[in-house]
Design a protein around this ligand. Structure first.
Ligand code: NDP
Length: 442
């Protein structure tokens, strides 16, 4: 059943999320990243909506060509180039890997080759920038708004296709979820793991590529634009490129681990993931770099060190916490955390066919400090990207505001699910680890 609050939130997002993205990108394009100047212009009658819209670059053939080539290239790398990185990179888990058991009891196989796709794409990018010069490295920035229309077309097309597919030709009918509410089903998805053929998995492809592979390229394009406009790349731009680059590389290095996260294990594929991955992620996660093109901030040494330390500490907590859970689950709790045998809280759950599953929730290490300390690390890292931009404008801080809302909501959503899944066992666990994000506070 869909309660009225969920429905209202979904309608709000369906209506306003595309406008929010447009508002941020337009504010940079027409108002030097000020979020208030456009509103002041409209309220004072200085400008009409049509004036702003008429100044907005439209879809161009060039942008459509670039975008089609980009997506086609990523599809090619995903489907037709099996992973070879795991053959020579020690410690890297790639190639064919298994996902978690779905509610219907299915275990999907995935071709993990995201790191390889990222490396090939970036090698080609640098080869072009320094040797071939087929196109300017500022190409993404220069076509940013026309590309936004392309990303929206793909985002809506894939979400609509996923909905139709869920009704008429699902990959696994037993893993479909129908609430009967059109908007909810469109937004949150019907199919659990929609696929075309044996290997093209919608969730893995759209979440990782084209959005996350593009993330670092978008930042590089912003750095190139700074170089073109001001003859130098500022240290804040380098910081944003490096810190977000670490986050992106971490994602691909750990792509097999990603199969065990909520996105893949619990979320169905609808507009939330489809449109979100195509539009929201590449456009709003990269706002800091975009801002720095318009406002080239040069930080003092103490600030550079402070931002870098915060970013690295956040990253360390994020990765170490996720690693602890991964190790704990892989070894069924037979592992050592911080030099001691891992402690846990036993729990059990029931599958749709009535089979009882036994599991364990870890209460050692960072997981003994708070129930979602991995989110806390993520938030510290996110804050560092924003701080790199100084304090002149609110726009670069959108990311930390958004991540706080996203991860707090995720916390509540996940705990609601775990509580119904584990029942009284979940209560025992939350009594042992009483805080969610910040020990002693929340
Ligand atoms: P988690 O990796 O925290 O996974 C939550 C699941 O882990 C629960 O549903 C439960 O699953 C299991 N679990 C919970 N507590 C324990 C415990 N104590 N011991 C063992 N297992 C436990 O969440 P996410 O998948 O949301 O996040 C993964 C990472 O991705 C996070 O670091 C997050 O910050 C990041 N992320 C980043 C986003 C971005 O946009 N940048 C978006 C979303 C996430 P089970 O049913 O198996 O028990």
């Amino acid at each position: 059943e869909v309660d009225w609050f969920s429905l209202a939130s979904i309608l709000f997002l369906l209506l306003f999320a595309p406008l929010i993205v447009y508002y941020f990108i337009m504010s940079c394009d027409q108002y030097q990243c000020s979020l208030t100047d456009s509103l002041r212009d409209l309220l004072t009658g200085n400008k009409h909506l049509s004036d702003i819209w008429n100044k907005t670059p439209m879809l161009t053939y060039r942008a459509a060509g670039i975008y089609c080539l980009w997506v086609a290239f990523q599809v090619f790398l995903y489907v037709f180039v099996p992973d070879f990185c795991h053959k020579f990179l020690p410690g890297y888990v790639g190639g064919v890997q298994e996902g978690a058991v779905t509610p219907a009891g299915v275990v999907n196989k995935y071709e993990i080759n995201g790191l390889q796709a990222w490396i090939i794409t970036h090698v080609l990018w640098f080869a072009n920038a320094y040797y071939f010069h087929f196109f300017s490295p500022t190409i993404i920035f220069d076509n940013w708004i026309p590309l936004l229309w392309c990303a929206n077309i793909l985002g809506y097309a894939v979400s609509t296709f996923a909905m139709i597919k869920g009704y008429f030709f699902p990959t696994n009918a037993k893993d479909c979820k129908f609430t009967g509410n059109f908007f909810y089903d469109y937004m949150m998805g019907i199919e659990f793991n929609p696929r075309i053929g044996k290997w093209f998995d919608f969730k893995l492809f759209f979440n990782g590529r084209p959005g996350i592979v593009a993330w670092t390229l978008i930042n590089l394009s912003y750095a190139a634009k700074q170089q073109e406009l001001y003859g130098q790349v500022t240290n804040s731009m380098i910081l944003v490129n490096v810190l977000q680059g670490i986050y992106v590389l971490d994602f691909f290095w750990n792509e097999a681990w990603y199969l065990k996260t909520i996105d893949i294990c619990h979320d169905h594929f609808g507009w939330y993931l489809g449109w979100g991955d195509c539009v929201w992620l590449p456009y709003l996660y990269t706002l800091q770099g975009l801002y720095l093109v318009y406002h080239p901030v040069q930080l003092g040494t103490a600030n550079v060190v402070g931002v870098l330390m915060l970013g690295l500490i956040g990253y360390y907590i994020f990765r170490a916490t996720n690693h602890q859970k991964d190790l704990f689950r892989r070894t069924d709790g037979n592992c050592r955390i911080w030099g001691k045998k891992a402690k846990d809280s036993e729990c059990s759950s029931m599958c749709v066919d009535g089979t009882k599953y036994y599991s364990k929730l870890m209460t050692s290490g960072f997981w003994g400090w708070a129930r979602h300390f991995n989110y806390t690390g993520d938030l510290l890292g996110s804050l560092s990207y924003c701080l790199a931009c100084g304090f002149a404008h609110i726009l670069p801080y959108f990311y930390i505001i958004y991540m706080t809302i996203l991860l707090t909501h995720r916390c509540i959503r996940d705990e609601h699910r775990c509580s119904s899944k584990y029942g009284k066992d979940w209560k025992h666990y939350t009594a042992a680890v009483p805080y969610r994000l910040i020990p002693g506070v929340f």
